[in-house]
Structure formats: C-alpha cells, structure tokens
Write a protein that binds this ligand. Structure first.
Ligand code: GDP
Ligand code: MN
Ligand code: MN
Ligand code: MN
Length: 249
C-alpha cells in the first residue's frame, strides 16, 4: 500500500469545491481511498464560528465557571455554548466537556478546533461527514474517508479517526475465519476506516503542513464481510453507561 498527500492545496474557504480541487491535482484511481481532514470539509461548508457572535446561556456559564474553578484556567462560556450547540448528549461536563455529536461520534469539546482556521475563531466538525464523504466519493469516483484528530481514553497522544466514510465498509469482519493455529476467530471486527484514517493523519500532520487530503493506493480490503457500525450506541457501550456514575455530568 502507498500513502501520499495531495500536493499544493490552497487555503480552503467557504464554498470551495474540495472534490474539484483534489481531482485537479491527482489522477484518482477507482480503488484509491481519499482521506480528507474534517477541518477542510468544515471550512468548505462554512462551518466556522466567531465567538463575538455567540451569547452564552445559563448552562454554558455554569459549566465554564465550574471548569474554571476545577482547572484554574480561564474558560470562555461562549465556547461552552458552542460545544453545547454542537452536541446531542453531554457525557461529562468536567474536568472537560465530553460530548456526542449528532452523527454519533463521541469526542472532547464536540471536536471543535482552534487550529488552522485563519478566518474565524473556531471550526466545527462537519454536520454530516458521511453525506459529505458520499458526495466527494461520487465526484472523485473512489472511496472517501473524512478524518479528525482525536484523543484516546487510557492512552496519551492523539491520532486520526474516521468520522465519515463512503464507498467502503467501516469494518472488516474476521469472525468465522481462522488463525494460523486453526483456531476460529470469534470477536475480531477490524475498524478499517479508523486504521486508514490514522495512516492518513500520520502523513497530513497537525500543523502547517498544508496537506489535508491523502491518497491511500493499493490497499486491499480482502475477501471479508464488512459492516458500517463504528459508533457504539448507548445500549452497547459499558464505558458510557459507567460514566453516568461520575459526579460531573
Ligand atoms: P483536523 O485533523 O481535521 O482537525 O485538521 P488539522 O487542523 O490537524 O489539519 C490537518 C492538515 O491539513 C495539516 O497538514 C494542516 O496544515 C492542513 N490544513 C488545514 N487547513 C488547510 C487548508 O485550508 N488548506 C491546506 N492546504 N491545508 C490545510
Ligand atoms: Mn480537528
Ligand atoms: Mn489533525
Ligand atoms: Mn492479534
């Protein structure tokens, strides 16, 4: 498999046609997988916010005050308001905001980012990243993954994950196949779109690289079943259920 960045993409602004910008720069093959950082999807879709345009409500003010007293850092209640506006569920309100987005992704601060947004204070996550991935996939004639850089529970450091995808299944299913020992695999469903997103993120970096789109070439999904289940729902998520006992909800 080969992984390379799409060269010379400009600063992305609202209304830009990402599919056309990528298509002009790469001879996309039908079995390539194009990974696009959520930041540029959001900028193209105008999903940016200036804090001056936000009025914090009482819940946001209460959350920011408590965060401030717990962390000793200044917290802007307007930022908390934007996080609440972008979230369908609040799993933790302290010592940081852990929320669920409308499309089922659970992440800190609803994935709202301050980096690489020259024209605004904040960039939100795309509202429907799989819908965007479908449109880009149709335009490019290849599978597409929309990625974001995310922290992990239990481990230091961040890595790329898939938040939307089209043209390939999210996971490949090894259940019913055999290991080298003839032992039947019973539980392994491999989150392929996250693994590919991590590879793309490794190349795109987090800073001023200017490489928000990455082509993965000659990856073979293989002869496996696939599934599009990536985000656990409340009922199947023991960790999320356990968080209900935490004192800061
Ligand atoms: P995120 O992981 O989706 O939050 O995106 P990052 O802010 O980490 O940016 C990922 C990559 O895209 C980095 O290489 C950035 O320099 C690059 N990047 C971000 N915005 C733009 C843009 O508008 N144009 C170009 N060419 N690169 C960008
Ligand atoms: Mn981000
Ligand atoms: Mn990133
Ligand atoms: Mn193993």
């Amino acid at each position: 498999m080969n992984v390379f960045a799409v060269p010379d993409l400009p600063e992305i602004r609202a209304g830009d046609d990402l599919g056309a910008l990528i298509d002009e720069r790469v001879d996309v093959r039908a079995d390539d997988i194009i990974c696009v950082a959520s930041t540029v999807v959001s900028k193209a879709n105008g999903r940016t916010v200036d804090l001056a345009d936000v009025t914090a409500g009482s819940r946001a003010i209460e959350i920011a005050e408590r965060l401030e007293s717990l962390t000793g850092e200044e917290k802007d209640p307007r930022f908390a308001q934007v996080v609440l506006d972008e979230s369908t569920d609040l799993l933790l309100s302290a010592p940081f905001l852990l929320t669920e987005t409308p499309f089922g992704h659970i992440t800190v601060n609803a994935g709202i980012d301050r980096s690489n947004v020259p024209d605004a204070d904040l960039v939100l996550l795309p509202s429907e990243p799989s819908t965007t991935a479908e449109a880009l996939s149709a335009a490019l004639g290849a599978p597409v993954i929309v990625t974001d850089t995310c922290g992990r529970p239990f481990r230091h450091g961040q890595r790329g994950v898939a938040i939307g995808w089209a043209g390939l299944p999210a996971s490949r299913d090894w259940r019913g196949e055999y290991d080298r020992d003839g032992h039947e695999l019973e539980v392994t469903v491999e989150a392929v779109v996250d693994e590919l997103a991590a590879a793309a993120n490794l190349l795109s970096g987090e800073g001023d690289g200017g490489t928000p789109a990455v082509v993965i070439r000659d990856f073979e999904f293989g002869d496996h079943g696939g599934s599009d289940e990536l985000f656990r729902t409340y009922d199947g998520d023991l960790v999320r259920q356990a968080l209900e006992e935490w004192e800061y909800r």
